[in-house]
Design a protein around this ligand. Structure first.
Ligand code: GDP
Length: 356
C-alpha cells in the first residue's frame, strides 16, 4: 500500500478515447466536460487533438456515493484522439502515450472495422481498456434517466429492454472473445486485470458515465500504481500533440507533459521535421480544468507545470516542431546528450509506426 506522502506524487493517468467513426467519441468527451464542442462543430469529424483534465472532485461529484473512499489519483487527463493514428504516433518512451483507453462502441451497431483496428493497437501496446457500449438510449423502449448511473437506470427498465441490453452486451463479449479478450458487463467483473469491463452508456443522456469514470479510476489504481508513481519533481518529459500557428502568438505547440516539471525559461529539446532542436520556453498556457486545450480563451498563464497535463507552449522556432515527437526539459550541460537520445527515440518510433 502506498503511504500518504507517496500518493501525493501520483501523477494524473492519461486516457485515450478510441473507436469507430460516429460511435460517439466526441460526444462522450463532451458529456464528461459538460461543454458543447459537438454542437459547435455541427457534427464535423474531430480534426484536432485536444486534452481535457477532469479533476477528481468533478468525478466524485458525478459518481456520488458510488466512489470508493480510497481513491488517490488526482483525476484523469483525457486525450481526444480523432482516430487511431494519433494513438500510434503519440508515444512516451517505450510505449503508447496513453496509460488507459476507452473503446467506444455503438451498442446498436456493434464492432466495426475501426473497432477491431483499435483493439489490435491496444493489444500491441498492452494498454488496459474499458469498452463504453454507447447509445443505449437508442435501444427501443429505453426510458432515459439523465446522468444517472447505468445500474440505476437499468433496474428501472421494462424486461424486454433489459433483455435487449443483455443480448447486445453479449454480442460484444463474443466479439472480444474472438479477439482473445475475456470480458463481461463491468458490474459482474471482480478482477479487472483479467477481464475487460463493458460499461453501457449514453453520451447523449449521460447515463452510465459515472460508472465509466469509476471503472477508469479503478483500472488506473490497479494497473498503474507503479508507473504513476513517477518523478513528478524531475525534468519535464512529454509528447507534442500539435503544432499550431496562433494569431498574436506565432507558432505554438500543444503538448502533453507525462512526467516531471516544466517551467518558463527552461531549455527544451523537441523532435523536428528534420532533426531534434533546442529552444527556450517563453510561456506556458494551461487549459483550465474541464476545458479542452484547443478552446483558446480558457487558459491560465503558469510559470511551472507538473505532470500529467496538457499545455500550450510558446517558444521561438516552434514552426520546426513535429507533431507526435518527444519533448524533454534539458540543461545547458546535458542538452547534447538529450538531443541524441531524442533522435534515437524518433528513429525507433518511426520503425514501430511503419509496422502498425
Ligand atoms: P465520433 O465520430 O466517434 O466522435 O462520434 P460523435 O460523437 O461525433 O457522434 C456521432 C453521432 O452520434 C452524432 O450525431 C451524435 O449526436 C450521435 N451520438 C453520440 N452518442 C450518442 C448517444 O449516446 N445516443 C444517441 N442517440 N446519439 C449519440
Amino acid at each position: 500500500m502506498a503511504t500518504a506522502t507517496e500518493t501525493k506524487n501520483l501523477r494524473t493517468p492519461i486516457v485515450c478515447v478510441m473507436g469507430h467513426v460516429d460511435h460517439g467519441k466526441t460526444s462522450l468527451l463532451d458529456k464528461i466536460r459538460g461543454t458543447t464542442v459537438v454542437d459547435k462543430e455541427a457534427g464535423a469529424i474531430t480534426q484536432h487533438i485536444g486534452a481535457t483534465e477532469v479533476p477528481l472532485g468533478t468525478i466524485k461529484a458525478m459518481c456520488g456515493n458510488m466512489m470508493a473512499a480510497s481513491v488517490v489519483i488526482p483525476g484523469l487527463l483525457f486525450i481526444d484522439t480523432p482516430g487511431h493514428h494519433a494513438f500510434t504516433t503519440l508515444r512516451s518512451r517505450g510505449g503508447a502515450l496513453a496509460d488507459l483507453a476507452v473503446l467506444v462502441v455503438d451498442i446498436t451497431e456493434g464492432f466495426q472495422p475501426q473497432t477491431i483496428e483499435a483493439i489490435k493497437i491496444l493489444r500491441q501496446f498492452k494498454t488496459p481498456f474499458v469498452v463504453a457500449a454507447n447509445k443505449i438510449d437508442k435501444i427501443q423502449g429505453w426510458a432515459p434517466s439523465p446522468n444517472s448511473p447505468f445500474i440505476k437506470s437499468f433496474t428501472g427498465q421494462p424486461d424486454y429492454v433489459k433483455a435487449a441490453i443483455e443480448t447486445k452486451t453479449y454480442e460484444l463479449v463474443g466479439k472480444l472473445s474472438d479477439l482473445g479478450f475475456s470480458s463481461d458487463r463491468y458490474d459482474r467483473i471482480r478482477d479487472f486485470t483479467r477481464n475487460v469491463g463493458i460499461v453501457p452508456i449514453s453520451a447523449k443522456t449521460g447515463e452510465g458515465i459515472p460508472d465509466l469514470l469509476m471503472v477508469l479510476i479503478g483500472l488506473a489504481q490497479k494497473f498503474l500504481e507503479d508507473s504513476l508513481r513517477m518523478t513528478v519533481t524531475g525534468p519535464g518529459v512529454g509528447t507534442v500533440l500539435e503544432v499550431k500557428e496562433e494569431r498574436g502568438l506565432g507558432f505554438t505547440i500543444d503538448a502533453i507533459i507525462y512526467d516531471g516539471v516544466i517551467k518558463v525559461g527552461d531549455t527544451i529539446v523537441i523532435g523536428g521535421k528534420e532533426k531534434p532542436f533546442t529552444t527556450k520556453v517563453r510561456a506556458l498556457l494551461k487549459p483550465k480544468p474541464n476545458r479542452e486545450i484547443r478552446v483558446e480563451e480558457r487558459f491560465d498563464r503558469v510559470s511551472r507545470l507538473t505532470a500529467a497535463a496538457g499545455v500550450k507552449i510558446l517558444a521561438p522556432g516552434l514552426e520546426n516542431a513535429m507533431a507526435g515527437s518527444p519533448l524533454r526539459v534539458a540543461t545547458e550541460e546535458n542538452k547534447e546528450t538529450v538531443l541524441k537520445e531524442i533522435e534515437g527515440e524518433m528513429e525507433k518510433a518511426r520503425i514501430v509506426t511503419d509496422e502498425t
